[in-house]
Design a protein around this ligand. Structure first.
Ligand SMILES: *Cc1c(COP(=O)(O)O)cnc(C)c1O
Length: 452
């Protein structure tokens, strides 16, 4: 056996793997980092270096790596039943998880459809919305409304309702046409204007679209409160309230994609709670299993379910499936995750962590190359710009964010900026000391990356 170290594993990796969301040529100069083990918020590589996982491994990890409680649940399950198809068969973890999700979700969402990743949950919600209208005798409702700068995943349907140019533009000829409304993203508010005022003002555009085209529209899809992949841009809950009212008025479904913001990220278990609204479809994934296994769920209400429920011969059933739908191991990981939420009073603890995070990052707000430090709950974002006064962005070709990424890794922090936006989205088991350390590291790296 050859000894495993970073260099040898990285070399073998680069000989056979093709990594997600990566220009592989970057790895001619950027070291690939093989991770040997995880513990809590820390990852350890094969050379013994440690990295604080400040972005929860792409926003999935909630309670730390190798969490003993989730591990025990998965281990227990794997010895009983690893998987069974979910058509015609069921199992206790799937039933129990559905019961608990229904109990936790905003009122009226009492039916759970499983899929196995975020993008497929979005596909399910889109297909269900269209199909429900069709079953109800409204087949002319075929269009979706999305917000500028939104992100809903990478499969073709999810990509079509997303709006981040970097991911979408190349594939545009393959994508269905959607109606795009301006984003309520408060980065663009006028000087002196508050978040609520700006989000209200932006809503007028969406209201007009619905008033004019509702008879062709199935649904509006939004990421409640934070457009995460779209540079962690944020908006006020009033937008969701106005949107819910307008969708009701115009007979259009509301799809809430809480794949990233669900499970306590924004300060409440679900972001929709802050607006006091229930969507017609709620998409969940990422944190659902605490970052252990791929699983997603789409919650909807009884009247949608009823629109599909009929004699087989009427061909109204939702004939959609994924092989690993409702996998028992994933459901057990999710149940263990929900247990932790309950027993550890996580939402209250997060409020305290969020306050520490705000305080630790506050000095950065005055940095000459920081346009804004913004925060919603356990998500804090720092937007770097060339010119702070004119809010002139850095040319993307300069890859300032990548410079922050490299500098942070050298200091033992995993920050993976979105363009020039540095953000913290840590597992909820981070301590105040670690948050303060992380903010100091970020400040140092921002200084380095913006010098010259
Ligand atoms: C990550 C994400 C998705 C896609 O989930 P995958 O599991 O990566 O397919 C969809 N919507 C939002 C808001 C996301 O952040």
């Amino acid at each position: 056996m050859t000894k495993l170290d970073n260099a040898s594993l990285a070399a073998r990796d680069l000989a056979v793997l093709w990594h997600p969301c990566t220009q592989m040529k970057d790895h001619e100069t950027l070291p690939m980092i093989p991770i040997r083990r995880g513990e809590g918020i820390w990852l350890e590589d094969f050379d013994g270096n440690r990295y604080l996982d400040a972005i929860s491994s792409w926003w999935v990890n909630l309670f730390g790596h190798a969490n003993p409680r989730i591990t025990a649940a998965v281990r227990d399950q794997v010895e009983q039943l690893e998987h069974v198809l979910l058509a015609g068969f069921t199992h206790e973890p799937a039933v129990q998880l559905a019961e608990r999700l229904v109990g936790l979700a905003p009122p009226g969402l009492d039916r759970v459809f499983y899929a196995d990743n975020g993008s497929s949950a979005v596909e399910v919600a889109l297909k269900m919305s269209y199909h429900a209208w069709r079953n109800l005798g409204r087949p002319q409702k075929t269009r979706f409304v999305t917000l500028a700068n939104s992100y809903h995943g990478e499969t073709l349907g999810a990509l079509a309702v997303g709006n981040v140019a970097l991911y979408k533009e190349t594939y545009r000829p393959l994508l269905m046409e959607v109606i795009t409304a301006p984003s309520p993203d408060c980065f663009h508010r006028e000087p002196g204007e508050d978040w609520e005022g700006y989000s209200r003002r932006r809503f007028a555009d969406l209201e007009r679209i619905l008033a004019e085209q509702a008879d062709q529209i199935c649904a509006v899809i939004v990421e409640p409160l934070v457009q995460c992949a779209g540079s962690m841009r944020m908006y006020h809950p009033v937008y969701l309230q106005l949107l819910r009212e307008a969708c009701d008025r115009h007979g259009v479904h509301l799809i809430a994609d809480e794949i990233a913001v669900g499970f306590g990220r924004t300060g409440t278990l679900f972001a929709c709670e802050q607006a006091g609204v229930s969507p017609d479809f709620l998409c969940l994934s990422k944190g659902l299993t605490g970052g252990y296994l791929p699983l997603s769920a789409v919650l909807t209400h009884a009247s949608i379910y009823a629109a599909f429920y009929d004699d087989y011969q009427r061909l109204t059933a939702f004939l959609h499936s994924h092989s690993y739908t409702g996998n028992p191991l994933a459901c057990r990981a999710a149940l263990a995750t929900l247990d932790i939420f309950e027993s550890d009073q996580v939402i209250a603890a997060n409020r305290r962590f969020a306050a520490v995070m705000a305080e630790a990052a506050a000095p950065l707000a005055d940095h000459p190359h920081v346009a804004e430090v913004r925060q919603t709950g356990m998500i804090l974002a720092i937007e770097l710009v060339r010119d702070r006064v004119r809010r002139e962005p850095y040319p993307w070709q300069e890859r300032r964010g990548l410079a922050v990424y490299r500098a942070a890794l050298a200091r033992g922090a995993l920050l993976r900026p979105l363009g020039s936006v540095i953000y913290f989205m840590p597992p909820y088991v981070i301590t105040p000391e670690e948050l303060r350390w992380l903010a100091r590291v970020a400040a140092e790296c921002i200084d380095l990356a913006t010098a010259g």
